[in-house]
Design a binder for this molecule. Sequence first.
Ligand code: FDM
Ligand code: MG
Length: 216
Amino acid sequence: MTSKRGALLVLEGCDRAGKSTQVKKLVDALNLLGISAEARRFPDRTTVVGKLIDQFLSRNEELPFETVHLLFSSNRWECSTEIIKTLNSGITLVVDRYAASGAAYTAATTGRDLFWCREPDRGLPQPDLVALLEVDTKSQMLRSDWGKERFDCNQIQQKVAANLRLLMDETWVAIDGNDDLEKIHNNLVTLALAAIDRAKNQPVKMLYSKEPLPLY
Ligand code: FDM
Ligand code: MG
C-alpha cells in the first residue's frame, strides 16, 4: 500500500431507521470536504447472487432462510475484492448495511445463534466504523406502513434491533435515530472523519479476526 487508504464506514439499523438518507448525506459531505467517498449498499441486488436475493425478498422465490443467509454473505464476498481495491486506492466507502445485518436478520428469522450467523462473514474486510442508527421501538410498534418485502414487519424488526445491540464491539457507535436529521448527520461526519484518520495508515483488517489482511 503506497498511498493512504480510504475507510470502510458502515451504517446499520432496522428498516427505515434513516440509513439510506444518511449514507447519501455523508458521502456528499465528505466529497465536499475533498475526501473521495462512494456509497454502496448490501444486499447489492445487481450481482448474480444479488438478483436471487432480490427474488427471495420480493417473495418470487422460496428458499430456506439458512440458504438465503449464505447468499447474503456470498453477496458480500463477491464484492470483497473490489471493496479492498477501492479502499486501497484511497476511496472511502459508506455502506448501507453489511455483515451485522446478515447476522441480526438470520438470528431473528431462524433462531440460529449469533455465532453461527456471523461465521460465513469471517475474513471479509472489517469496517473501520459501524454506526448503529437506533429508532424508538415504541414508535416503530405504532407504524402500519411497512413495505411488502420479506422481513418488513414489526416482530422481526424488534428482534433485529436487539440482535444488532448484541453484535456491538469497539468499532461500533450507537446513534439515536429519533434525533433531528441534521444533528445525526453532523454527528456522523465527526465520527467518519475520526475513523478515516485512524484507518489511513493501517491495512484493511479481517472481520471477526485479529489478523491483518495480506497485501495484494
Ligand atoms: N438483509 C440484509 C438480510 O437479511 N441479511 C443481510 O445480510 C442484509 C445485507 O434484507 F430486510 C435484509 C434486511 C432487509 C432486506 O435490505 C433488504 P434493504 O436495506 O431494505 O434493501
Ligand atoms: Mg427494506
